[in-house]
Ligand binder design. Sequence first.
Ligand SMILES: [Zn+2]
Length: 251
Amino acid sequence: MSILLAVYITAAGMIVSSFCNVAGMRLAAGGSVWRPPSRCPVCIQPIKKRDLVPCCSYLYLGGKCRFCKNRISAIYPLMEGAGGVLFFLAYARFGLTAEFAAALLLISYLFIITISDITAMLIPDRVSLLFLLGAVLLKFFWLEEPAWTESFIGAVAGFFLLSAIIMTTRGGMGGGDLKIFTALGFFFGPCLLAVNFAAAVFTASMVVFLLYPFGIFKIGKPFPFAPAIAAGGIFTLFAGEICLKWYLSFL
Ligand SMILES: [Zn+2]
């Protein structure tokens, strides 16, 4: 592993996740990703270019807007830091391969759907479509696994699994979740999709269990599921194969 390249990739991960934060919020609000330039939500002052450096800007501004001194949410530097770490881990795990490119595509997609679902409780269809298109192109030109048949079975499995859940829970999950799992089914294939789904349900259950006493979640009240899908997706990316082998050893 080249140390210099690892530093560049980590920095790129921070920049990409910072962009995904903005894209997730703007697409969920039905706006453009590119315009207008980023502004402080309180004083509406355009944010200076030097204050857009991932993580660093938040630290040297003391977590406050340069103009009105309003507190900036810590979620921005946290997501940017997580982006850097995940890009680095993807490089360390896959090296400069087609799998690495696929991992970056997946991580970026999961960042966008997480922010979009947290801020607006919806996942724009075009984000899932773009991810699916990216996955198809990667497979067509470069990526060998999973095989095309596995990808198609995975997409169909994701579609029918979520359709069945939507019908039986009558709105427990939505059309956004359906598109996410169809796209993830294509990306992972059916077996790893099962790992992703199980990990997402486990994550959501744990979060609800831990936060329920604080009144953050109420029975019957919808809550964003995409962050749990994203956590499951990251788990599957790095540990899915190991998890699957461990599970199959019991059969
Ligand atoms: Zn401000």
